[in-house]
Ligand binder design. Structure first.
Ligand code: GTP
Ligand code: MG
Length: 502
């Protein structure tokens, strides 16, 4: 086998850019890597593209963008793969026949999963524990090309012997395999390029092997962070000679980004024509449809935002006007003028909203700054009068109610009854003794609690002579004591007193 090594040895590390260089920090600034990462600026178009391919996780909560459409990506199908050779020593490598694509990366980064997902098979064994793949596994895709799954490097718990053995094995494969078209270096999107990835890329550069970086497990990273990670990784390798500058992203778990990689593999193995026939056209149509829908979506969102601004300004205006009536006109006028100016300064509204806006202007003349707001009315006098009227009504009502209570009470009705049957009263006033009116005034007081009755009221008999009935009685002792009448008579107009008895 011909060796791939040559005299010129470009060292990968020379092109490495530090995070500080990418963020373009001043010399005096000292920030942690986390702070630097947070400061990275990403192109909104990149984020839009990630959104389209559903790469990276959505931010949960109120900022989540809910869309009623999605990119209907035309699927690229690769032939089914099957395992055909495993090599633990160089001599076990199968003979070179078909174009090969090697998959390398740190342990547990998802190499074997990718083999399965790319070709819709379960040929490769997968585990969530690092270090499962311990030999170079060759998979054939319908005798068109080979996918080569390699053991992972950088696995801290692997036996040192094994590590020592795998690395030279992989190195031999990379150096000597003439049919090797490309090496896919898988990087965990959460971590980016690590030291042992750099060492491995240096090896690939030294051996003039074409390689491409792929960010995996993108479903575990937020979309914006993924865009930042992509930017960092792309910048770090942009001058590496053998690195394909396009850093790819995928989630083997959700299938996002797999089609892109499938296309890349097919082109690498010169199989584009065979497998991608009308794909390009279908893709162009799907993308055009998607961008059209995206435009409508963004326009709607913008109009919605403007409508909210309009409603908010109207609400603020109402508040400002109510404040003006209670706290003085000047404050309200300034406030509403500011709001009116701010709202009209907003970018032009679509036709319907513009009309609404104008009609709001017409209905709320306070938007016009020149116009004075009405002088607040002094309602103190009205309120005072109302209070007096209410008090009088309440007082009169109470007096009438208490009088009615006294009129219908047992002492008054019993006194009237007794007087009516008194002989002297009958003789002087007549037989039909009664109140002088249907709603007479009963003066005095009756208190069962305190134990006294002191009432007097006007009476008249059928002889037409008026008199005034007086009743005074007291309870001896406490609650159950006896009542003693002290005065019970009818006072006549001529000064006579007719005693009514006990
Ligand atoms: N969330 C998520 N998990 C993934 C993805 N790809 C692989 N995994 C998981 O990562 C773990 C490791 O996957 P493997 O394919 O065995 O990783 P490997 O790189 O082959 O590991 P070694 O053979 O040990 O070097 C498994 O539990 C996978 O389910 C991905 O895109 N997203
Ligand atoms: Mg594996």
């Amino acid at each position: 086998m011909a060796s791939r090594t040559s005299k010129a040895v470009p060292v990968f590390n020379t092109s490495v850019k530090t995070l500080q260089e990418v963020v373009k920090l001043g010399k005096s600034e000292e920030l942690s890597n986390r702070q630097l990462f947070a400061r990275l600026q990403v192109d909104p178009k990149t984020v839009d593209r990630l959104d389209m391919l559903r790469l990276g996780s959505e931010k949960q909560g109120r900022f989540e963008r809910k869309k009623w459409f999605r990119y209907e990506e035309p699927e690229v199908k690769l032939p089914h793969v099957s395992f055909f050779a495993g090599a633990q020593v160089v001599s076990s490598f199968p003979h070179e026949s078909l174009p090969e694509v090697g998959i390398v990366g740190r342990s547990n980064v998802g190499k074997s999963t990718l083999v399965n997902q790319l070709c819709g098979s379960s040929a490769a064994r997968v585990s969530d524990k690092p270090g499962l793949t311990q030999q170079i596994n060759f998979y054939t895709a319908d005798n068109d090309f080979h996918l080569v799954d390699m053991p992972g490097y950088g696995f801290a718990y692997a036996k040192e012997d094994a590590q020592k053995h795998w690395l030279p094995l992989i190195e031999s494969y990379i150096r000597e395999r003439k049919t090797l078209r490309r090496v896919l270096v898988l990087l965990d999107a959460r971590h980016g390029i690590k030291a042992n990835d750099r060492e491995f890329m240096a090896l690939l550069d030294r051996t003039h092997t074409k390689y491409q970086l792929i960010l995996t497990k993108c479903d575990l990273v937020h979309r914006i962070d993924l865009a930042k990670r992509h930017l960092l990784v792309s910048q770090e390798v942009d001058k590496a000679r053998n690195c394909i500058p396009r850093v790819m992203m995928l989630s083997a778990k959700h299938g996002a980004g797999l089609n892109e990689l499938r296309k890349e593999i097919l082109h690498t193995c010169s199989l584009g024509q065979k497998y991608l026939g009308t794909h390009k056209k279908k893709e162009a149509i799907a993308q055009a449809e998607y961008f059209e829908q995206l435009k409508v979506y963004k326009d709607t969102a913008r109009a919605k935002k403007r409508r909210h601004t309009l409603l908010l300004s109207q609400l603020s205006l109402t508040l400002a006007r109510s404040r003006a009536t209670t706290r003085g006109i000047a404050l309200g006028r300034n406030y509403s003028a500011q709001i009116g100016a701010a709202a009209t300064a907003a970018s032009p509204l679509p036709n319907t909203l513009q009309q609404k806006w104008e009609s709001a202007h017409a209905k709320n003349p306070a938007f016009a700054v020149e116009r004075d707001l009405p002088t607040p009315k002094n309602r103190k006098r009205e309120i005072g009068l109302f209070m007096v009227f209410a008090t009088i009504t309440w007082g009169a009502g109470s007096i009438i109610a208490f009088n009615y209570q006294r009129m219908t009470s047992t002492p008054v009705t019993a006194a009237l009854f007794t007087a009516r049957h008194n002989d002297e009263v009958r003789e002087t006033l007549g037989s039909q003794l009664n109140f002088t009116s249907s709603f007479p005034w009963i003066s005095g007081d009756i208190s069962h609690l305190k134990g006294f009755v002191e009432v007097e009221f006007d009476v008249v008999g059928d002889k037409g002579l008026p008199g005034r009935l007086v009743l005074k009685s007291r309870r001896t002792g406490k609650q159950n004591g006896e009542w003693k009448t002290t005065e019970f008579y009818i006072a006549m107009a001529d000064g006579r007193k007719i005693d009514c008895g006990e």
